[in-house]
Design a protein around this ligand. Structure first.
Ligand code: HEM
Ligand code: HEM
Length: 163
C-alpha cells in the first residue's frame, strides 16, 4: 500500500522519537512497539475527528452537517477516551507513577471534557426547553476541548523528546 507524504513524515517522526527515548512512561512496549506510539496514534486520529466535527459545525456544508458532526464528535471522543485508558496502562506497565506530569493532569481534564461536550451536544435535543441555554455552553466547551487537546498533544510530544 502506498503511504501519503504526511503518513511517511509521521512514521519517520515516530521512529526518530523511539530512538531518542525518555525517562517517562514511554519506556513500556507492547507487541514490539513502545506503547506511547499506540497512545499517540489514537490521540492524533481522535483529534482529526474532532477537528472535522468542529469544521462541520462552523461551515455547515449541505444538509447533513449535524449527522456528521455528531458522528465525528462521538467517534473522536470515544477514541480519545480509549487512548487515555491506553496511557493509564502504559504508565502502570512502566514507572507506575500516575499523574506525574502536567501532560497527565491536562489529559485527565480533556478526558472529562470529552464526556461533557458530547453529552451537552446530545442534551440540546433531549431537553428542548433548555436547548437555548445548553447550546452556547456546548459551543464553548467544544472549542475549549479542542484547544486544550492540541496543547496537550504538544506536551505529549515534548515528553517523548520530539519537541
Ligand atoms: C501526540 C500526542 C501524545 C503523546 C506523544 C503522548 C505521550 C504520553 C506519554 C509519553 C505519557 C506517559 C507519561 C508518564 O510517564 O507518566 C502520556 C501519559 C498520558 N497521556 Fe498522553 N500523549 C499524547 C496525547 C495525549 C492527549 C491528547 C491526551 C488527552 C486525553 C493524553 C492523555 C494522557 C494521560 C491522561 C496520561 C497519564 C496516564 C497516567 O498517568 O496514568 N495524551 N502521554
Ligand atoms: C466531543 C464532541 C464534540 C465537539 C468537540 C463538538 C464541538 C462543537 C463546536 C466547537 C461547535 C460550535 C462551532 C462554532 O460555531 O464555533 C458545536 C456546535 C454544535 N454541536 Fe457539537 N461537538 C461535539 C459533539 C456533538 C454532539 C454529539 C452533538 C449532538 C447532536 C452536537 C451538536 C451540536 C449542535 C446542534 C451545534 C450547533 C449549536 C448552535 O447552533 O450554536 N455536538 N459543536
Amino acid at each position: 500500500m502506498r503511504m501519503s507524504t504526511a503518513g511517511r513524515l509521521l512514521s519517520a517522526a515516530f521512529v526518530t522519537a523511539a530512538f531518542i527515548g525518555t525517562g517517562s512512561g514511554a519506556g513500556a512496549d507492547l507487541a514490539g512497539r513502545p506503547i506511547w506510539q499506540y497512545h499517540a496514534s489514537m490521540m492524533i486520529l481522535a483529534f482529526l475527528c474532532l477537528l472535522s466535527a468542529a469544521y462541520l459545525a462552523v461551515f455547515r456544508p449541505r444538509r447533513y452537517w449535524l449527522r456528521w458532526h455528531r458522528m465525528m464528535g462521538l467517534s473522536g471522543a470515544g477514541l480519545a477516551l480509549l487512548g487515555a485508558v491506553v496511557a493509564g496502562y502504559m504508565v502502570s506497565a512502566s514507572s507506575g507513577k500516575h499523574m506525574a506530569y502536567p501532560h497527565s493532569w491536562i489529559g485527565l481534564l480533556v478526558a472529562a471534557m470529552l464526556v461533557l461536550t458530547p453529552s451537552l451536544g446530545l442534551a440540546q435535543f433531549h431537553f428542548r426547553h433548555w436547548a437555548s441555554r445548553i447550546r452556547p455552553i456546548h459551543r464553548w466547551s467544544g472549542r475549549l476541548t479542542i484547544v486544550l487537546m492540541a496543547l496537550n498533544m504538544l506536551a505529549g510530544l515534548r515528553l517523548i523528546g520530539l519537541l
